[in-house]
Ligand binder design. Structure first.
Ligand code: CAA
Length: 240
């Protein structure tokens, strides 16, 4: 029987590439999405994934969603916390809502979903959790105090949960994508983006499937000895 994976933000951008790659690797994927019904329908048609509308910044909604998925499909093998938003702006101009929206969607969601799946994974003594952080959580980024804080938070969260979960056969890892061709980067000011691309030694932006492949490995049984690690996939833009 195929393994079951949950991918947040799994119907667009990097998340859609992750969904596709996991399906190519024989998994059944439930792609969670928040608002874009059209993209969810297209993702379902294109990949054969299952979709579910969940507000991942709501603790109770996450618990209910995981309960439903588990009752319907049984064991949850993989959780990929991928969904994220930007509300860029320098701190002296940032309002509280820009801060809260990014922390809620990018970081609190990670707690909400892990808190719901961890008891199940501990019971089955198997699990793979992959948290999609960012290069900007590693190095900081002008105009992204909110996003950099959330993404750096995911790295610390990953390490702590990895320590707690290792004895139960559960691995927890983080991936830090650099600048990847998605709607998120397409929304950036083109001068700012061109300047960033000049700083990427590989000479181009990343492709969503290049993150998907890394997720597929970390989500597989083969990656049992890899945990608490942070993987940069950034074309050499920032070396840690
Ligand atoms: N470093 C240093 N100084 C900078 C700077 C930088 N990177 N960017 C701008 N400045 C300077 C400007 O030159 C300007 O200086 P002067 O006043 O002396 O002219 C000053 O800072 C103010 O700049 P802006 O007028 O541009 O400030 P703003 O508030 O209008 O815009 C911003 C700020 C929208 C955040 C803009 O800087 C920006 O778009 N930055 C890029 C943010 C970014 O990289 N987002 C990534 C989105 S994709 C993503 O997040 C995915 C992922 O994980 C990688």
């Amino acid at each position: 029987m195929s393994q079951l994976a949950i991918v947040t933000g799994g119907t667009r951008g990097i998340g859609l590439a992750i969904t596709k790659t996991l399906i190519d690797n024989g998994m059944t994927v439930v792609a969670l999405f928040q608002g874009n019904e059209k993209a969810a329908k297209a993702a379902k048609e294109e990949t054969g994934c299952l979709t579910m509308k969940v507000n991942i910044s709501d603790f109770n909604e996450c618990q209910t969603a995981i309960d439903k998925i588990q009752k319907k499909h049984g064991q949850i093998h993989v959780l990929v916390n991928n969904a994220g938003i930007t509300r860029d702006g320098t701190l002296h101009k940032m309002d509280q809502q820009q801060w809260l929206d990014v922390i809620d969607t990018n970081l609190n969601s990670c707690f909400n979903l892990c808190r719901a799946v961890i008891p199940l994974m501990r019971e089955s003594r198997y699990g793979r959790i992959v948290n999609i952080s960012s290069i900007n959580g590693q190095k900081g980024q002008f105009g992204q105090t909110n996003y950099s804080a959330a993404k750096a938070g995911m790295i610390g969260f990953t390490k702590a949960l990895a320590l707690e979960s290792a004895p139960r056969g559960i691995t927890v890892n983080a991936i830090c994508p650099g600048y990847i061709e998605t709607d998120m980067t397409a929304a950036m000011n083109s001068d700012v983006l061109e300047n960033i691309i000049r700083q990427i030694p590989v000479g181009r932006m990343g492709r969503p499937n290049e993150i998907g492949e890394m997720v597929a490995f970390l989500s597989s049984e083969k990656a049992a000895f890899v945990t608490g690690a942070t993987f940069s996939v950034n074309g050499g833009q920032y070396l840690v």
